[in-house]
Write a protein that binds this ligand. Sequence first.
Ligand SMILES: Nc1ncnc2c1ncn2[C@@H]1O[C@H](COP(=O)(O)OP(=O)(O)OP(=O)(O)O)[C@@H](O)[C@H]1O
Ligand SMILES: [Mg+2]
Length: 549
Amino acid sequence: MLGTELLKLSRTLHGARDLGAMMQCVRAACQKITRYDRVYVMVAAPDKRSIEVIGYILPDTDVVRTRVAAIALDKDPFLQQFFTLSEPKIIPDMRLDPLADQKQVEIFGSRTLITIPMLNGDDKLGPLSIATFSDQGVILPTDVEMDFFKQVGSLVAVVIARFRAEKAREELEAKLLATQKLEALGRLAGEVAHDFNNLLLIIRGNTELAADELHGHAAMPFIEMIRDATIRASGLSRQLLAFSKGQVLTPRVLNLNPLVENCLKLVRDLVPKSITIQKILTPHNVMISADSGQLEQVIMNLVINARDAVAEDGRIVIETQLVFTDEEFIANETNVSPGRYALLTVTDNGHGMDMETQRKIFEPFFSTKPADKGTGLGLAVVQGIISQHHGYIQVYSELNMGTTFKVYLPICEQRAPEVGSKLPARPDDLHGTETILVVDDQEHVKTTVSTVLTRAGYHVHTAGDVRTALAILEKANIDVLLTDIVMPGANGLSLADSATALYPKLQILLMTGYAPSHFREVTWAHITKPFTPTELLLQIKALLNKNIA
Ligand SMILES: Nc1ncnc2c1ncn2[C@@H]1O[C@H](COP(=O)(O)OP(=O)(O)OP(=O)(O)O)[C@@H](O)[C@H]1O
Ligand SMILES: [Mg+2]
């Protein structure tokens, strides 16, 4: 009889699709074989610190109550004992149990409680409980009933393990899908930013040219507004590019400490004076191979997030350290190898984040800020840049306590040859008389850039493709080749390659808006679109001065 019923139960359980269906099968079997009909299951969360699900079935109805419960087990010793059992436990009368909360016992009228541990191998999943209440009174189980419950416990454990595996598979699939979506989004963002940067360059360049002509004119305030808007649009486009990882990296060996110091000077203006910014920099040189502009963006984004999180008299601490990470420490990090790392920590005593928020912060467009305050790209960009630098980022946060972001970047063991600032001090005169070849497939970009250069006194040749450019290089005596990277057909990098080989004295400046992945690391000087006329002229001056030196 028992054997047949268990076989039947095992079969029906096999078809159970969810906890509710499972509970109904178990209750029906218990009613048939035993004197009990109140059945509960409690499943421990994988970390065993809380209850993941509770399922129980109401007497005399088919209503199954299931819920996800976040009861912390270490705060409830009575419950906790059932999650550590290896053998069944019987509490004949709850009213006499020293651990049970007697107020609850009275409210619910609890009497007998039989608990069967559900084991999946060595893993204690949680208890299957059978109970009686005041309507039935105390009922002690017979040997046959206990035997039955133990068998049911094993069957239910199998079903729960199956539910878990299915859930894990679904989560993995969802994660994979999210990654694929992100990749597609990243590609799209990169493509859009590329076109957008060319347009911005034209708008920005011509706005500056017009502003030069219109000094004191009544239309100047309008021009100023266009200029402000393009500056903001350029910032947005830079975020998009960094997020799509399509930006050209110019890694150099540099010391993290002065970079942090410089960056904080810039950031200080963006943070109200009432907020304290403290820096604790290690006295050691922290040499890393990095793109300084990109790292500045990381620090900026983290500090601005901290600013948004703290109160008026809040505190932000920025720290640098040299650390050694071992195998165990980085066990959870993919693509990270053990070794010496520069650790950059940004801590604030702001409103912090709950777990749910922390899980999502690196997703692009996830923001808890009002629409005009945050786009939700900041941390997605930070993560993109850090992974491009072979580093990783971790977040620690407690609601209402504060937040710490830790950025690990691999230490570069070789010494820096020379760590100069990006641009030389601004020369008084940005004019020149040298000859420059401008190569870009976009007509308006070409025109804008050559207008800027011509007005500064330079002789300018233009080409719309690589073949024309090479022909001009052969005939004219060119000092600087200023070329776009992404063009139809042969690209700017191959042009730069051939030109360097043919004319070793030629200075090369790449204009980049978006670069597909294989263009990421280049040795030539580059200027990121959209740039202003002044930025362009400064770069050209820097190159030409280098030639003289
Ligand atoms: N230091 C912090 N303290 C509390 N919450 C934070 C902190 N940093 C980030 N967050 C949370 O993470 C979310 C995402 O941050 P992220 O920088 O990606 O976007 P954002 O700041 O909302 O917008 P954006 O940076 O694009 O202007 C924020 O909206 C905020 O909820
Ligand atoms: Mg932000």
